[in-house]
Ligand binder design. Sequence first.
Ligand SMILES: [Zn+2]
Length: 366
Amino acid sequence: MTFIKEILTELEKLAPLPYQEDYDNAGLLVGSQDTEVTGILFTLDITEDIVDEAIQKQCNLIVAHHPIIFKGLKKLNGKNYVERTVIKAIKNDIALYATHTNLDHVTGGVNWQIARRLGLQNIKVLAPKKQILTKLAFFCPVENTQEVLDALFEAGAGEIGEYSNCSFRSEGLGTFLPGEKAKPAIGERGALETVKEHRVEVMLPTHSQTQVLSALRRSHPYEEVAYYLSALENENQEVGAGAIGELPEAMDSTYFLTYLKHHMEASVIKHTEPASKAIRRVAVCGGAGSFLLRNAISAGADVYVTADYKYHEFFDAEGRIMICDIGHYESEVFTKNLLHDYISGKFSNFALCLSEISTNPVRYFS
Ligand SMILES: [Zn+2]
């Protein structure tokens, strides 16, 4: 028996909700996480047709990239497709979950999916986020340090890129004088104590602070744990918008456009003046990505693959980069495969279905 909560826990390991933008509405939008899962339908968008598909496939959880409830719902009387979709889901006991900008911002997320489809190598976050890391320094009797650290690592501390269990310790002498009501683990009330201690430092994602501090208190032998928390300005290289990588081989721009169209199954590509030099470095951003053009240029990208470019924004290329707008749907539709494959590796006791419906509201006439 698997509950929706367990699915959400796994999805949020990949894309923690605190990594979504402030304006976003990712998370469980409809339904209770205590419901048993009968099947999951993976899709880019949630529409009435998608809810019908879930009913037909006996899936009571829809996992999407775009949140159907985005700006807030003030009435629920079926006057527009958003309200009708939500009503249909509720009537049929179907839970709706969206992993949106939080999935845009993680390695292995939306932009990784595009980069992998294009065969890019050495993939990195294009615009790493700042101010999402915290440093914890604490003091601990030397014989307890490892046990405490293990608990902190388990709670999410000490990960830097591909490295886990990262910490630093230095040895010194700690002093304390237990008061009248203290229950000291070492020493006695009213007697000044000196203990050989480690000062230990670890980094943690700011959103894991509560879990890490409770692990510290749980595993540390002292009644009162001495620690410092500091907010860091460091960029987190693992979290942020867009991605950049290199093609296995340089291509001329005409060949690249054909390659891009084929690998992203795009009907049409709107692009700026083809670059005269060979294309090797490629920046990508699923969905509306014009806000990252400067990052793409300063990272040395030859081409920027994204969507939702406006007429005047194309001028900003200024011959420095080739902008390729492949369409919002086309840039992100394979996100459903990413989510499907990720969950398939973890659960197998119920149906995991890829939506077979195109939710693209845009049609092309040529
Ligand atoms: Zn999108």
